[in-house]
Write a protein that binds this ligand. Structure first.
Ligand code: ADP
Length: 296
């Protein structure tokens, strides 16, 4: 019997079963979104349905134009669906709300406020007193190792630091769901990897469900429990993939056959490439150096 690297090892099966036994937090049912501009009617999303469970890490991936940003805006309550429903904890999503935190690509820190005041902002808007808001902001800053930068201004921080502040600023109001739209795409490769690992650390410590939009296949496989793959024109659900990698995730897993097989599956779905047949033996490599000059 052949074993595919996309098969779920027992520990992954058990973890996914535990995840699906948790309450459904966010539910999207038969949701469509059409944009009507004069003669041009664009169906950005068509008949999309999926659910996310409490403390799930769901990534959304798909080719350009498949409706990722439109989906993020609708989940955030910044736009409305043309058909269907979006509900959070069983209640319809109508407009932005404190139970959904956001870290969007263009959602930057307020440059005129110190780091501490940026973090305090959401708390103050929610009616928390100044002293208490400051205490909580300092606690969150300590959680991400930025307590020394509380009085600094955003322009004095590196890209990774700014995104750490953006994440805790979204978390201070204790949202149920954290929506992240390509949050690390402006970071250099090394900082991006560090931020991915760090986000998993934060996710483990906080009771939060994450919906993370990305076009980076490695990022999706490294982070997600499940990956929602969308088709373009119109944006439709192509497949929901369960990631066959155990947790905790670490950089070593990126080199594993299961990681490569999941990525190849995503590539095949998104770019229509053939999936690498991992059951085929790799060919023997001929000797290209002098005999007796081989390395171990
Ligand atoms: P993605 O983020 O996956 O690249 P988008 O959500 O930005 O996709 O867009 C999905 C489709 O909807 C595209 O065809 C895009 O041109 C169209 N679209 C998005 N926003 C609007 C808008 N405000 N008006 C008209 N068409 C739009």
């Amino acid at each position: 019997m052949s074993v595919s690297y996309l098969d779920q090892p027992p520990e992954v099966q058990a973890r996914l079963a535990r995840l699906k036994a948790r309450d459904v937090i966010l539910s999207v049912d038969g949701m469509s979104k059409r944009f009507n501009s004069g003669k041009n009617n664009v169906t950005a999303i068509e008949d999309l349905s999926f659910q996310t469970h409490r403390r799930e890490f769901l990534c959304v991936i798909g080719p350009s134009g498949c409706g990722k940003s439109t989906l993020a805006r609708i989940l955030a309550g910044l736009d409305t669906a043309s058909e269907g429903w979006v509900s959070l904890d069983g209640k319809p999503v109508q407009g932005p709300g404190r139970e959904r935190g956001m870290v969007f690509q263009g959602y930057t820190l307020f440059p005129w406020l110190s780091v501490r005041r940026n973090v305090m902002f959401g708390l103050r808007m929610a009616g928390v007193g100044k002293v208490e808001a400051q205490r909580q902001a300092d606690e969150w800053l300590a959680l991400v190792g930025l307590e020394k930068f509380a009085d600094a201004y955003p322009h004095q921080l590196s890209g990774g630091m700014k995104q750490r502040v953006a994440i805790i600023r979204a978390l201070v109001n204790r949202p149920r769901v954290l929506l992240m739209d390509e949050p690390f795409s402006a970071l250099d490769a090394q900082t991006r990897q560090r931020m991915q690992a760090y986000l998993l650390e934060i996710w483990k410590k906080v009771d939060i469900t994450i919906i993370f939009i990305t076009h980076d296949l490695d990022e999706a496989v490294f982070l997600a429990d499940r990956i929602l793959v969308l088709d373009a024109h119109p944006g439709r659900l192509r497949e929901m993939i369960e990631v066959p990698l155990p947790r905790p995730r670490d950089a070593a897993q990126i080199a594993s056959p299961a990681f490569a097989a999941t990525k190849a599956r995503l590539e095949a779905l998104i770019h229509g490439k053939e999936t690498a047949d991992e059951d085929e033996p790799y060919p023997a490599v001929p000797l290209l150096t002098d005999v007796s000059d081989e390395v171990e």
